[in-house]
Ligand binder design. Structure first.
Ligand code: BTN
Length: 272
């Protein structure tokens, strides 16, 4: 046993000596295996966990994705949730997922070989496959959110994933052909997230949305958007002031899309 390094202690148990943020991740917990970091983080938020708290797990037994999907979270990936208690309106809080995607891209810039891009609203793709998903869950207060839990899942390798999703998923280490230090990755992502949240809360929404557009993968190309109200076909042009997707549907018609699932009409358009 190596006592100097704390023996068998998992290096993810503490990130304090590597973390360069001012407020994000200074309250931090790590667990070997949990149902879902979002579920546990939500419970801890109810018990008064502070804004900026981060919960990370090595694996999840009931990881949750958007639209009620199961999120495969085998050992080895990076699965974590961030708790925010933002002083903004409920409407403003909805754009926090877009802001999260921007923050993650800032953190992922340290790995230029990834060439990560955002597929609206907040999936991060690399080489035409999904590398990272974001699930935001908000508890409303009277005028502003009581808290928001933002869950982030990044595949490091596709090795542990089932056949069902392996052909659509990207793994960071597979793309980089190199091992990734998970602790370093988490600290870099938290730094990127903190800077994006600070910017958003201090009113610099336009600059953040501009940055989102610079990372966006499917602007200007024909797409299909599956919305709760049915399928829409058009060309995404950017974001509205509220963070909705602006879709040009031809013949002078346009739509503001609040929620949905976007897919390119030509799958090659996802290749960044
Ligand atoms: C998506 O469907 O794209 C969102 C996936 C979000 C997965 C992350 S992993 C950490 C956190 N805990 C969960 O149960 N889900 C999120």
């Amino acid at each position: 046993m190596n006592f100097e390094n704390g023996g068998d202690v998992n290096p993810m148990e503490s990130i304090a000596d590597e973390l360069k943020t001012v407020w994000l991740g200074h309250h931090y917990d790590y667990m070997d295996s949990v149902s879902s970091t979002n579920t546990i983080c939500y419970e801890l938020a109810e018990k008064g966990a502070p804004s900026g708290f981060v919960l990370c797990a090595d694996s999840q037994t009931a990881g949750r994705g958007r639209r009620g999907n199961h999120w495969e979270s085998p050992k080895g990936g990076l699965w974590f949730s961030v708790l925010l208690r933002p002083s903004c309106t409920l409407q403003e809080a909805q754009a926090l997922t877009l802001v999260t995607a921007v923050g993650l891209c800032r953190g992922l810039m340290y790995y230029p070989g990834l060439r990560a891009g955002i597929k609206w609203p907040n999936d991060i793709y690399s080489g035409g496959r999904k590398l990272c998903g974001i699930l935001s869950e908000l508890k409303p207060g009277e005028t502003c959110p009581e808290y928001v839990v933002i869950g982030i899942g990044i595949n490091l390798s596709t090795a542990g994933l089932t056949d069902r999703i392996v052909s659509e998923a990207a793994g960071m280490e597979d793309i980089l052909c190199d091992s990734v230090d998970k602790r370093e990755l988490l600290c870099r992502l938290l730094l990127g997230l903190e800077s994006a949240y600070d910017q958003y809360i201090s009113g610099q929404k336009e600059r953040l949305f501009e940055e989102w557009k610079n990372h966006a993968l499917l602007l200007g190309v024909p797409v299909v958007v599956e919305t709760p109200g049915g399928e829409l076909r058009g060309v995404p042009m950017g974001l509205t002031d509220d963070g909705f997707l602006l879709l040009d549907m031809g013949n002078g018609k346009g739509a503001k899309v609040i929620a949905g699932h976007l897919r390119p009409q030509n799958p090659d358009d996802l290749n960044n």
